[in-house]
Write a protein that binds this ligand. Structure first.
Ligand SMILES: Nc1ncnc2c1ncn2[C@@H]1O[C@H](COP(=O)(O)OP(=O)(O)O)[C@@H](O)[C@H]1O
Ligand SMILES: [Mg+2]
Length: 358
């Protein structure tokens, strides 16, 4: 292809991409609707959810060099789920990548350019959609200089540098002769960053004694994790410089977990409740049951992640019993009353502790 021809193709491609960009901007749903959608799924994170939606909207509308977003929060607090819920409703193509699986080209493991290939595939192989899509990079905290002291692996910093290239805007081949311009791609980093709290406390000169007294004087800005804390943590300055927004998720409490069980559209408890009702049975339980389930799940320190396992355990024998005798429990007509499944609080430790009324 002659240079002139190539240029023409480039110009055409750019126009397509910026048209799509305009389309994306015009077609994003009202931010309030996105917020109310996400808050039906995610609980205990109202403020971080708002911050995440706002920063994604800013990135879509005014993409600039550092519109990249970093979300910090312990495992199981809803980082990934929040992002998925937002991107699905905003209709942006995305890929979620695990940073620990990536190394530099030429080494074992995946190379950074395969992230772009995934995004391209998830966009239905639509170049301009992919060029306005989102790459979510999970476990980014495992790629710092300090955490990658395993000499057999290539330094995490190098991988961060090649990520930087994507962030900066580059043309990367994602298929035979198909190139993505990365300059509009939004990057969202996720990580638990355990131990960063100590760095922040040190910066604020907070010692454990008299902690609460000193802390009460701090502004909400002081309390935030700053870029300098990330540098302390081991991230290269150039990398940190490209992060536009840092958002912290809340640690989930027992009360949050109870709310999730009761209200979230993701609640497995509600799912079992609905299934049993369809089979002719309503649950009869003490209000403290949800608290017991929440406490049991939280003791493992994986946020809301353990709820599913605990709830599955609680309902295992009940569902088994009902499915063994479906005819026995099924209502013959809508006038027939539901049977009741009376659940003992101790079911959390012994899932045979229930009784179905005759
Ligand atoms: N704040 C929350 N509200 C409701 N459900 C949650 C919340 N946090 C986590 N979960 C549940 O736990 C699962 C795992 O959460 P995830 O978003 O993957 O956590 P993270 O990415 O922070 O480790 C989710 O799919 C969801 O079912
Ligand atoms: Mg996650």
């Amino acid at each position: 292809m002659s240079n002139e021809r190539q240029e023409l193709v480039d110009v055409k491609k750019n126009t397509n991409s910026s048209n799509t960009r305009k389309q994306v901007r015009m077609s994003v749903p009202n931010m309030r609707n996105v917020e109310s959608h996400v808050l039906k799924y995610i609980f205990g994170q109202d403020e971080p959810v708002r911050q995440i939606i706002t920063s994604i909207y800013r990135a879509v509308i005014f993409k600039s060099l550092n519109s990249n977003i970093l979300i910090i929060g312990p495992s199981g607090t809803g980082k990934t789920e929040t992002i998925k819920q937002i991107l699905n409703i905003v209709h942006l193509p995305y890929t979620i990548e695990d940073a620990t699986k990536y190394t530099m080209e030429g080494y074992k493991g995946k190379s950074v350019s395969s992230m772009l290939e995934h995004l391209y595939k998830n966009s239905g192989k639509d170049v301009s959609r992919a060029e306005n899509g989102v790459i979510v990079i999970d476990e980014i905290d495992k790629k710092t200089a300090k955490s990658s002291n395993d000499m057999r692996d290539v330094s995490g910093v190098e991988v961060l540098n090649s990520l930087l290239k994507i962030i900066e805007g580059d043309k990367v081949e994602v298929d035979m002769n198909v190139f993505l311009d990365t300059s509009n791609i939004i990057i969202i980093f996720l990580g638990a960053f355990s131990g960063i709290d100590e760095i922040r406390k040190k910066r604020l000169n907070l010692n454990p004694i008299g902690f609460s007294q000193q802390e009460s004087k701090l502004t909400t800005l002081d309390r935030r994790i700053l870029k300098q804390d990330l540098v302390q943590y081991g991230f290269p300055e150039e990398f940190v410089g490209r992060i536009g927004t840092i958002i912290e998720m809340n640690k989930l409490t027992v009360d949050d977990l109870v709310l999730i069980l009761k209200k979230s559209k993701l609640s497995v408890f509600r799912k079992y409740q609905k299934e049993l009702k369809r089979m002719g049975i309503v649950l009869n339980y003490n209000g403290k049951l949800l608290k017991r389930i929440a406490e049991k799940s939280l003791s493992l320190d994986t946020g809301a992640r353990e709820l599913t396992n605990t709830v599955n355990y609680v309902f295992e024998k009940i569902i088994y019993e009902v499915l063994l005798n479906p005819k026995k429990y099924q209502r013959k007509s809508s006038k027939e009353p539901y049977r009741r499944c009376i659940i003992d609080l101790d079911i959390v430790n012994d899932n045979t502790k229930f009784r179905i009324s005759d």
